[in-house]
Design a protein around this ligand. Sequence first.
Ligand SMILES: [Zn+2]
Ligand SMILES: [Zn+2]
Length: 261
Amino acid sequence: MFGGRDYHIHTGHIGCGGNTATVAQIFRRCGELGLASIAITDHLNRLDQLDQHKAIRADIENNSTDMEVFFGVELDIPPHMAPLPYNKVIKENLGFHFAIGGVHGTYLDTYDLTTLIDLQHQAMCKTAADPLIDVVVHPWWFSKNEFDKKGFPWFDDLSVVPQDLHLEFIRTAVANETAIEINAGAIYCNPTYSDRFKEQYNDYVQLMVSEGARLSVCSDAHSLDHLERALVAEDILTNIGVPEESLWHPAQGRSMRILEQ
Ligand SMILES: [Zn+2]
Ligand SMILES: [Zn+2]
């Protein structure tokens, strides 16, 4: 274990669905799990959600804990890059410590594997190069619901992504000092992915480490009983030999430094 960190947690404020928790409940549960450093990162998909983020920030300030706590935000980055509900002014005004972001859908109506991989890859690289984004979330995660609804064959074989695309994405993240997320909820604890996919993902993580990438460990918890997944992610990284110096900490966030300049 790497000291217990979790830099992607959802609360009930935005209503992500499920049995989402209050900040007080999250603090209590993370403390029970022995975590030392966490971040609350609810979704920001529209400007009218900023008031809810103010309430989240107030909750963080009004609940005491011994843990180190950061106030982050999760952005959805579609391949066509519509204007994000986020910029330097919003970051400053709301007091966000950092932003995480990534793709949350295939953006396809008709199945075509080559197009699907290309769209994801382009959006992931764009996210990794965005100076306001500190962490690229859950690379190559897809919603099984979306695939089932559209009748697409499930994406359960990471070897369909060419190695040179993996390298281009990882090197873009490294060059821009953007971390890459190791998301237990989306990948390792996700029952829709096979053991083979998870083993392929281990190789992908090792490639990140060998290229010098920083990894952000998280549960992506949408309920209290999902918080323990952060420890699952830490265990997996330990078991596959990831050194502690490969792990990301929010103080290394690029967008923090940009604002200080
Ligand atoms: Zn997400
Ligand atoms: Zn999330």
